[in-house]
Design a protein around this ligand. Structure first.
Ligand code: 13P
Length: 206
């Protein structure tokens, strides 16, 4: 099981890199292993060339067990897992359109994207904006711990998205939908958009 989950993380990383969702060493992935430890991408690793046996295995207390040195964002991954027993995987990217969105002023911090397509509502629901702190800051972990129960996707201001899933597949699918939705927002920015009505949104919610 652990072996398969390691392979899955490697292939998700490669997919993000090949599709241009991650460049250089940006972004990190993690998942909860059946033994209760967390498996995460090592710091400064390129998501396009991860190696299954070198992934970082970490205790819930944040101690490194095996693998290369853990991501500098491990604290925020652990903070979410502690708050959300239903969360088994987390994806953090600096993908182009969501990061562009994270740099805009005047966003609605409760939910940055007003729904205009059904899959955004079905796969993501809503995405609050969290304040800017430098990458690796413990303040990111503290803020995410505080808001973890409000949504399954968050946008870190001037930084990028954090998406939670019950599995890595679910987190990846939600992240894909989110990045595509952000792209559509930029494509439609000068257009007269018909947003979904309250009734249309409510019938989509699980
Ligand atoms: P790490 O290389 O330490 O995982 O950090 C990458 C990143 O995306 C920081 O936000």
């Amino acid at each position: 099981m652990e072996r398969e989950l390691r392979e899955q993380m490697v292939s998700c990383g490669a997919s993000y890199y090949q599709r241009g969702y991650s460049v250089g060493s940006a972004g990190n992935l993690s998942l909860r292993l059946p033994d209760g430890h967390i498996l995460a991408t090592p710091t400064n690793s390129c998501l396009g060339s991860l190696q299954a046996e070198r992934l970082s295995k970490v205790t819930m207390a944040g101690e490194q067990v095996t693998g290369d040195r853990m991501s500098k964002e491990i604290a925020f991954h652990l903070a979410i897992y502690r708050q959300r027993p239903d969360c088994n995987a987390i994806v953090h990217l600096h993908s182009t359109y969501l990061t562009a969105l994270s740099c805009l002023d005047g966003l609605d911090p409760e939910n940055i994207i007003r729904p205009f397509t059904p899959y955004y509502v079905m796969k993501v629901g809503k995405m609050p904006l969290l304040p800017y702190f430098k990458p690796g800051s413990i303040r990111i972990a503290e803020t995410l711990a505080q808001h973890a129960h409000e949504a399954n996707a968050f946008l870190l201001a001037n930084h990028g998205p954090v998406v939670l899933g019950t599995s890595l597949t679910e987190a990846v699918n939600a992240m894909d939908e989110l990045e595509e939705t952000a792209k559509l927002m930029f494509l439609l920015k000068d257009s007269n958009v018909r947003y979904l009505t309250e009734a249309e949104v409510s019938e989509l919610r699980p």
